[in-house]
Design a protein around this ligand. Sequence first.
Ligand code: CDP
Length: 785
Amino acid sequence: MTTTGERPVGFGRMTRKEDARFVRGHGTYVDDVRLPGMLYGAVLRSPLAHARIVSVDTSAAEAHPKVRAVITGETLAGLGLAWMPTLSYDTQAVLATDKVRFQGQEVAFVVAEDRYAARDALELIDVEYDPLPPVVDARRALDPGAPVIRDDKEGRTDNHVFDWEAGDRAATDEVFARADVVVGQDMLYPRVHPAPLETCGTVADMDAVTGKLTVWSTTQAPHAHRTLYAMVAGLPEHKIRVISPDIGGGFGNKVGIYPGYVCAVVGSIVTGKPVKWVEDRSENLMSTSFARDYHMPGEMAASRDGRILGVRVKVLADHGAFNSTAQPTKYPAGFFHIFTGSYDIEAAHCEVTGVYTNKAPGGVAYACSFRVTEAVYLVERMVDVLAAELGTDPAELRMRNLLRPEQFPYRNKTGWEYDSGDYPRALRLAMDLAHYEELRREQAERRERGELMGIGVSFFTEAVGAGPRKHMDILGLGMADGAELRVHPTGKAVLRISVQTQGQGHETTFAQIVAEELGIPPEDIDVVHGDTDQTPFGLGTYGSRSTPVSGAAAALVARKVRERARLVASAMLEVSPDDLEWEKGRWFVTGDPDQGRTMAEIALAAHSTLELPEGVEGHLDASCVYNPPNLTFPFGAYICVADVDAGTGQVKVRRFVAVDDCGTRINPMIVEGQVHGGLADGLGMALMQVIAFDEDGNCLGGSFMDYLLPTAVECPSWELGETVTPSPHHPIGAKGVGESATVGSPAAVVNAVVDALRPLGVRHVDMPLTPAAVWRAARGQPFRS
Ligand code: CDP
């Protein structure tokens, strides 16, 4: 890292450029957008989980003096827009025509002069429903005679979505047959929700004169949305502009296209006015994309001396009413097949069966790259179950089986190539920071006194940075990202990128990447993002792909500019480009460091009357498209210490040590912030969160009274450590980190609580470990939310 005073010129701790805007209330979120003549939309939602629609009477709503339009499924059917494609090549109703298939499904859309009138008018719409029995439990979805949810699909007689497998079944069976020890544990990763503080919303403005549609939208992937609007609505792509302004958290929730977005566009076309639609909290929790909902009966085979030999699982995946899961097309279960985790395992096999249920659609990679969270949770719980069976310390068992540094690049048994790592070093550091041996001694003493103290260990390997393009796409759009960089005559620069920050600090870190490459201070580099008219094409921000993909694009485009600067400098200094050497911020003559030109001088010369060398057109800019050769594989070792109150079932996480390795750290302060947030997320999932349903399919998690967010009160003071193992294939050696902690932490918390309860004979408790769940588990009563 190079610094001028306090400020890094490149990598290093630097406060976020965007924070000045946020802390002073100068952010612009979708709901801050106000256009002349703007109207407001509201969605009428189904109160039932499964019902046939007999009739929809909108006459009273239309008669409301402030209502400008009422749109129903029938209206949309007339435009060929009643159904839209999902990100998983399924179809999803924009507004229901035949049936409603989950509670909260979109049935009608009112456009009115203000948002209160729009809401009031919803109550004037009379929908007659004919209730049908719902499918709520995924384990019953394939029963003979189960109600068929997707009877809109011709010939469909069941609720099956897909079967998918990875690994080698025969080799795995063989390993299990000869293993000394086989353990099995059925576990559920419950349905959870990303719950960003800003809910989803859009402002659609169709200009009837120019034919240009401008959409301000809470999207993590503005370019992908624009292309999909063009494909679905048949609008010319250059006549669509998607602007993703400041976004108040995404976590995967803002990847998909929701019916409300489409209705707002139709509302604008129908009324000729801009239409804003912003959902409320309950709408967000009940109808937008959930995450997880994986039933996982895992098995692990080992030798008596604690060598893990194999792992297998047959997952049942609850996909809700429409399969609008967001993940690369080739992988219907996302990257779940990285479930061999961080261990040197001889054989592995997984099968995943997806089913429809009467629940909200759209499994998203909530702070994980496509089901890695489920995979890590499964393998890390299984290792603890095995450790208990063998009577071995769980940290010791992990240490014995972790991949060794010399095995990298490592191809796992389901085909992933892990790029780099030193796993034992990370676990050792976490154990040292936690004073692991002392903790075990303390635990033994407390157990003597009948106190329930648990120590939970987890080790994770993430797979982040989707592409490569030839293997990964969303609806045929390959996962590569563009970047454009221009250095102005005065040496200030503008970088244009396709990814979209939702609070991760891209305006700072992407400026730091260019600063590191060119020596221009980060504050002199403007990062433009979130506007399809202003930025190059790319697939967006999710799965921690920004740094691995767009971050690489930013570094490479800066290197292109640096090379062009070399040619200009050679003309300025009248030497051959080969005789120039680079030091951060300037080219100078080899052997004569005083003879050099700074980037600012070169930039001015590139725009001046200077005679430039043959083939150099002038100006100082470049563009590139980066197609990653592989994903990056960040990893980490986590240790959680928890105390359980046997009388109330209350869990108190007393300490949490997290050692993360995300390769080169661009901005360690931002990385730590990402880890803090992810740890809180993971603690929330482990202890308090589930989108549950009653037997009629009523959603029981539709408000923050029921769906709890962890606060500083529940979180311990996080104790962080780091190791740095650069990615060998990334231009700056950086791996993604945004989601690492969410992936790695739930298993550590659950392992700690189960460890605390071990003296009571408890081997597993499903998340969330609410006081009720823990209290019952402590009394030998199974509990499932
Ligand atoms: O795609 P997303 O931005 O959510 O995730 P990410 O690529 O992991 O980056 C999260 C934030 O951490 C960004 O501001 C990154 O530039 C920063 N980061 C970093 O400073 N160093 C890394 N090795 C990885 C990420």
